[in-house]
Design a protein around this ligand. Structure first.
Ligand code: PGA
Length: 249
């Protein structure tokens, strides 16, 4: 995986069957074949293996959207990092707010998942973000600090580190965080993670990013890339964002 200065990560969530996923990737690959930097796509588990062969020796890296923290075991319906790795994943999203909300994932569970992902050779992309209520109460930084501390404290890792700042109120709402908020929060996250781990993280922004606002978001100096939900499902929008990020490389 070769991370450029602005990394684009698509998050398909629970969209696209295997057939739909293959059709999308078949159309995308020829358009990015000359790229030196990786484009990342977090796909449903079922699409990993079918996309694996197609993505070999291409700039497209496929990954998963969650995993369990155990190596293996009697956990019906769960999936292990080593299964993802063998199925072709090179990275995994962890701590997405939808997982925190729908599956009750706590910071300490996310910490264990990050540890396991690193052991399994998967690059974790750790998602953090405050809710609208927390922002209104002026508690954004307090919440982010708690999330970062629980997830990263005690972790022995000096390699690439990706953190996605995804304010919950901006996800799927069409309401993107302002450049000012993003700039401030990214600086805050960078400082906290560096203090905890001694490594500088790359910080992605996520939350209603699309082809129209991507040029503005990507131009913010401490935005290391974008995590894109809805707009990654449409080939034209996703391509336009990728092309924009390419102009920064
Ligand atoms: P969105 O989702 O781009 O649809 O707001 C982002 C995400 O949940 O990662």
């Amino acid at each position: 995986m070769k991370l450029g200065s602005k990394v684009i990560v698509g998050n398909w969530k629970m969209y696209k069957t295997v057939t739909e996923a293959i059709a999308f990737v078949d159309a995308l690959l020829p358009k990015i074949s000359n790229y030196k930097e990786s484009v990342l796509l977090a796909v449903p588990f079922t699409a990993l293996w079918p996309l694996h062969e197609k993505c070999k020796n291409t700039p497209l890296e496929i990954g998963a959207q969650t995993m369990n923290s155990a190596e293996e075991g009697a956990f019906t319906g769960e999936i292990a990092g080593r299964m993802l790795k063998e199925a072709g994943a090179s990275f995994v999203l962890l701590g997405h707010s939808e997982r925190r909300r729908l599956s009750g994932e706590t910071d300490s569970v996310i910490h264990k998942k990050v540890e396991r992902a690193l052991e399994d050779n998967l690059l974790p992309i750790v998602c953090v973000g405050e809710t609208l209520e927390e922002r209104k109460e002026g508690r954004s930084e307090e919440v982010l600090e708690r999330q970062l501390k629980s997830v990263f404290e005690g972790l022995k890792w000096k390699g690439d580190l990706l953190v996605a700042y995804e304010p919950v109120w901006a996800i799927g709402t069409g309401q993107t965080a302002t450049p000012d908020i993003i700039d401030n929060i990214h600086a805050f996250i960078e400082e906290k993670v560096e203090a905890l781990l001694g490594v500088k993280p790359r910080i992605l922004y996520g939350g209603s990013a699309n082809s129209a606002n991507a040029p503005t978001l990507l131009a913010i100096p401490n935005v290391g890339g974008l995590l894109i939900g809805g707009a990654s499902l449409d080939l034209e929008s996703f391509l336009s964002i990728i092309e924009n990020s390419h102009s920064f490389q």
